[in-house]
Design a protein around this ligand. Sequence first.
Ligand SMILES: Cc1cc2nc3c(=O)[nH]c(=O)nc-3n(C[C@H](O)[C@H](O)[C@H](O)COP(=O)(O)OP(=O)(O)OC[C@H]3O[C@@H](n4cnc5c(N)ncnc54)[C@H](O)[C@@H]3O)c2cc1C
Length: 440
Amino acid sequence: MKTVAWKFEKEIPVIFDVDVAVLGGGPGGLGAAVMSAKAGAKTLLIERYSMLGGMASVGEVSPFMPNHYKDGSSFDRPVYTRWVQQMNSYLPEEIRSKIPAGDNAENGLTRTIGKEIAALAAEDLCIEAGVKLLYHHKLCGASVKKGKIDFIVLDSKSGFVAVRAKNFVDCSGDADLAAVSGCEFELGDAEGHCQPMTLCFKLSHVRRELMPNWEAFQKLYKDGQQSGALSCPRENVLYFAHHDEDVIHFNTTRVQGKSAVDGIELSDAEVEARKQLREYIIWLRASVPGFEQAQLHSMGAHIGVRETRRVKGLAYLTREDFVKRSKFPDAISRCNYPIDIHCPTPGKSGTELVHMESSEYYEIPYGCVVAKDISNLTIGGRPISVDHAIHSSMRVMPPACTVGQAAGLAAALSSQRNCSPAKLDGCEVRKKLVEMGAYL
Ligand SMILES: Cc1cc2nc3c(=O)[nH]c(=O)nc-3n(C[C@H](O)[C@H](O)[C@H](O)COP(=O)(O)OP(=O)(O)OC[C@H]3O[C@@H](n4cnc5c(N)ncnc54)[C@H](O)[C@@H]3O)c2cc1C
């Protein structure tokens, strides 16, 4: 590709100078910002879009997966469970009782929650905790001095602006801040292929009572693929009931072989996924009972991104730790969600699922959220220091939020003590998390 030189040197305003700046308002950023503010740090949450929730809102990822101990206790206290509780408060009691909330995930007939509710409830939590929210600001650079981020540069309607913080937490999902700051990271599987992207969507005006059962639906899907009506390479059609009786949520388009941290490929992925979406609507109306009058209810404003960069931290967790159910004295999160790898290899299909019993879990140690190359940076949400397999397990929203809360607390403690997160005792971070309501 041809290149041009562009030297940009200009005075830009420092719009905030805070203790902790969290980049990204998805589940990880929510956990980080709320915990940091609750620990007493002056906290800024920066988000490129107009709302919080990340994949749960702009990505239209409405099903919230379980991550529970056998007695029903959520591993994801306190921020995630509070988020679920707040989401439920937006729904009438009759519907609320059907949706799993934190500690009683087994009682639900459905566990999908609409994106607007996810965004509103996340904002409620931030306001409640005293987090300053900064929407419509996108990270585009960082000034690093002696291995420490001095300030970050954001692109906004006012042009380029700077934010200073004692500590930064990268919860951008893609580890954008770690990448522009020069951190070492991994991408995808051994061949560098990331899990496929999926544009989620919902259809309304569905008559559920007429819908085929799961097996019959899959048979119709195979017929649809064989007839050429559907070009989606997924091995099955994945759908979930929604709290609105006539709405079905689809998490089923599949775009392989494109990188979500390559601008052009990300754009192409949106086009390819929407082509699949159009085919799905036509096929469902024509071929699947109950969908004759179906209408497009909503779709992600951003294609769903499962996997991109994973930042190298002070600790590194691998598939072996999943197999051994590893435990650590400085654990900051527990997880028993399966290894869940949607086939990353272009031209191949399938999903690898490796479950564990609900009486089992593995733990994530503190070092997985501490970036090894930058002294005032912690990582929350999906890009923490783990391998491709562990990432596929901990990336779901409850643990993503919980590792975020540890990264946020560590940033707050570091700013209060004028030290690097690497200098904190992980066991003390764990103790403090427990005092603040974590399940560890
Ligand atoms: C298709 C799909 C289906 C899924 N299904 C489920 C499911 O059923 N259940 C479940 O629990 N999980 C599911 N997941 C996983 C889950 O949604 C994500 O892994 C989780 O949201 C990760 O949280 P996060 O905070 O790390 O990242 P994200 O949710 O991606 O949030 C990152 C945030 O950072 C912001 N951001 C990014 N870059 C910048 C920047 N440069 N400047 C400013 N802001 C920025 C984004 O706008 C976003 O708000 C699914 C994911 C996908 C893609």
